[in-house]
Design a protein around this ligand. Structure first.
Ligand code: MRU
Length: 336
C-alpha cells in the first residue's frame, strides 16, 4: 500500500488522509513545514514509524522553504524543531529529525536548495528502510503465530502506521504469506477508531479475515477462548521494556496476563528510547477533548462535562511476553 510519496515534480509530500478512511480515499498535500505539522497533529498520518517517515520528508520541505532566507540555517533549524515537537510520545519522530540533522551537520552545504537535494534521497532511504525493517519484524514474529490462531491487536500498527507493511500487522501478514490460517480481532480503539477504521480497512483489502470488537469486549473474548495471541505496536519503549502504545493497550495486556495469553509488542529499534529508564518518564500526549466528546459529527457527552483524552498508556514490561524487532525477539529490557 503506497500511502506516502514525495512528488518531485511539484515538490510536495502526498499523504493518504487517514481521517477519512475507510469512507473515502482522499489525498492531503504537504508543501511546507506548517502542512507537515498540521498533518501530524491532526492525524492525517499517524503511527510511530509513519510519523518518522513523514518527518524525514518534512525536513526536505523545510529546506526548500528556507530558500531565499538570508539566515537560512537558523530558519531551517527552527522548522526542524517545530516538526520534532509536533507530537510528544512517538520516539520515531525525534529519531528521524535527529538523523536528518546529523546528516546535514556532517556535511557542508552552501544553500538550502543544495541541502534539499541531498536530503531527498536520505528521506527516501528512511522510508525504504522502514518497509524493509517491517518485513524483518514480520519474519521474526511469524514463528510465534500458529495456523488456526486468532490474533488480537489494538489501534493500527499496519501499513498505514508505517512506511508500508506494518509492525504488528507485518507479523500477521508474514504468517499469512507462509500459508498459515490466521484471523484477527481488531479492537475498535476509541476515540480515533484506528482499529475499526484503519486496521479493518487494510486487512480486508488484503483478504485477511478480520473482525472488529468494541474495546470493552476484550475481557469477554479472552474468557471465551477466542483470542490466542495479542500483538500490538509501540510508540516508545523505555530502557526497562515498559512500552507506550495507544490508550487501552495496558488494559489488553492485563487481560491477556489474566487469561494466560502471550502478549507481544512488535516495533523497530527506532522506537526504543534507552535514555528513558522506565515508562514513568515517557511523555503521554493529551489530545483535544472534542475527540472524546464528539463522534461522527454528533456530541455524545454533555457540553459542560469534562473528559480525559490521554492518547497513550504504558504497559509495564512484566506484562510483555516478548518484543519482536528487526533483530529478533527479545525479552523486555534485554536491549538496554
Ligand atoms: C506501528 S504503529 C505503533 C503505534 O504507533 C500505534 O499502535 C499507535 O499507538 C498509534 O497512535 P496514533 O495516535 O494513531 O499515532
Amino acid at each position: 500500500m503506497q500511502h506516502v510519496y514525495f512528488d518531485e515534480k511539484q515538490s510536495v509530500l502526498m499523504l493518504l488522509d487517514q481521517r477519512y478512511l475507510p469512507d473515502s480515499e482522499q489525498w492531503f498535500k504537504c508543501a511546507g513545514t506548517q502542512d507537515i505539522v498540521y498533518a501530524l497533529q491532526q492525524m492525517v498520518i499517524r503511527g510511530a514509524p509513519a510519523i518518522g517517515v513523514t518527518a524525514a520528508y518534512g525536513c526536505v520541505l523545510a529546506a526548500l522553504e528556507a530558500r531565499g532566507s538570508s539566515n537560512w540555517e537558523e530558519d531551517l533549524e527552527k522548522s526542524l524543531q517545530t516538526i520534532e515537537h509536533a507530537r510528544p510520545t512517538a520516539a520515531n519522530l525525534a529519531w528521524a529529525v535527529r538523523g536528518m540533522r546529523h546528516a546535514w551537520r556532517s556535511g557542508s552545504f552552501f544553500s538550502p536548495a543544495q541541502l534539499a537535494e541531498f536530503w531527498l534521497p536520505e528521506a527516501l532511504h528512511v522510508h525504504e528502510e522502514d518497509i524493509r525493517i517491517n518485513k524483518m519484524i514480520g519474519a521474526h514474529g511469524r514463528d510465534l503465530i500458529f495456523s488456526g490462531d486468532t490474533v488480537m491487536t489494538h489501534c493500527n500498527a499496519g501499513a498505514l502506521a508505517t512506511g508500508g507493511y506494518g509492525t504488528a500487522l507485518g507479523v500477521v501478514r508474514s504468517a499469512v504469506e507462509q500459508g498459515k490460517d490466521i484471523r484477527v480481532i481488531a479492537n475498535e480503539t476509541r476515540p480515533f477508531l484506528q482499529g475499526a477504521r484503519l486496521t479493518a480497512y487494510e486487512l480486508a483489502r488484503d483478504n485477511i479475515p478480520v473482525r472488529v470488537a468494541c474495546d470493552n469486549a476484550c475481557g469477554l473474548l479472552m474468557h471465551k477462548g477466542l483470542v490466542h495471541k495479542v500483538v500490538v505496536g509501540a510508540d516508545r519503549i523505555a530502557a526497562n521494556g515498559d512500552t507506550a502504545n495507544k490508550i487501552g493497550t495496558y488494559t489488553v495486556a492485563v487481560m491477556a496476563r489474566r487469561h494466560g495469553i502471550p502478549f507481544y509488542v512488535a516495533a523497530p529499534f527506532s522506537t526504543f528510547d534507552v535514555q528513558t529508564s522506565s515508562g514513568e518518564d515517557i511523555p503521554i500526549e493529551q489530545r483535544d477533548p472534542a475527540e472524546v466528546k464528539c463522534m461522527t459529527g454528533q456530541m455524545i457527552v454533555p457540553p459542560d462535562v469534562q473528559v480525559y483524552n490521554y492518547a497513550f498508556d504504558v504497559t509495564p514490561h512484566e506484562l510483555i511476553t516478548g518484543i519482536i524487532t528487526e533483530k529478533g525477539v527479545f525479552a523486555p529490557g534485554e536491549m538496554a
